[in-house]
Design a binder for this molecule. Structure first.
Ligand code: HEC
Length: 155
């Protein structure tokens, strides 16, 4: 086969697989992408609450600017949670999402909003906060995580 013909064959194979992906494959791969996206969002939340928890426990020096940055990120990420749970993205093997998310979508959204509020409370307070005031506010953020996990995440 000449180089030109093999390139033509290759583009035909690529075109066929794109068509296939647009057919029955599309929903499954969109749903898998949604699971990866939301798990990434949650990893981002975990990453950013880490220094806050460390400061609250006295394992890391209190730093108001760092508190403000981390809590703002958590507030921002909280607004990106719900879009990671589109219809049809349940029943994915490596997801811990419970079916109640799609049955009680309003409650699920409220839990995401509550996280945003707790994080915004902390970012607003950060400039005038001291180490002693940090613990309860980080605790409130942690409670907002837990409140959603208790109802909507498999153990
Ligand atoms: C509105 C509900 C909700 C809130 C709020 C929430 N989570 Fe989650 N979290 C979930 C659900 C549902 C899953 C399971 C997602 C999946 O596997 O599809 C999850 C999964 C996770 C995971 C595992 C991700 C992975 O890689 O599989 C971590 C870590 C996590 N959450 C941390 C947090 C932290 C930290 C907070 C608070 C700062 C938080 N979550 C707030 C619902 C929530």
């Amino acid at each position: 086969m000449t180089g030109r013909n093999s390139r033509l064959l290759l583009s035909a194979v690529v075109a066929a697989s794109i068509v296939a992906a647009g057919g029955f494959g599309a929903l499954a791969s969109d749903a898998e992408d949604a699971v990866k996206y939301r798990q990434g969002v949650f990893q981002g939340l975990k990453w950013n609450i880490g220094p806050l928890a460390a400061m609250a426990k006295g394992e890391m020096a209190f730093d108001a600017a760092e508190v403000e940055l981390r809590s703002q990120r958590i507030a921002n990420l909280s607004t990106t949670i719900v879009e990671g749970f589109p219809e049809g993205s349940d029943m994915i093997a490596d997801s811990d999402a419970l079916p109640e998310i799609w049955e009680d979508k309003d409650v699920f959204m409220e839990k995401a909003t509550a996280l945003g509020e707790a994080a915004t409370d902390l970012s607003s307070a950060a400039p005038t906060l001291d180490a002693g005031g940090l613990g309860p506010m980080v605790g409130a953020i942690g409670q907002a995580c837990k409140a959603c996990h208790d109802d909507f995440r498999a153990e």
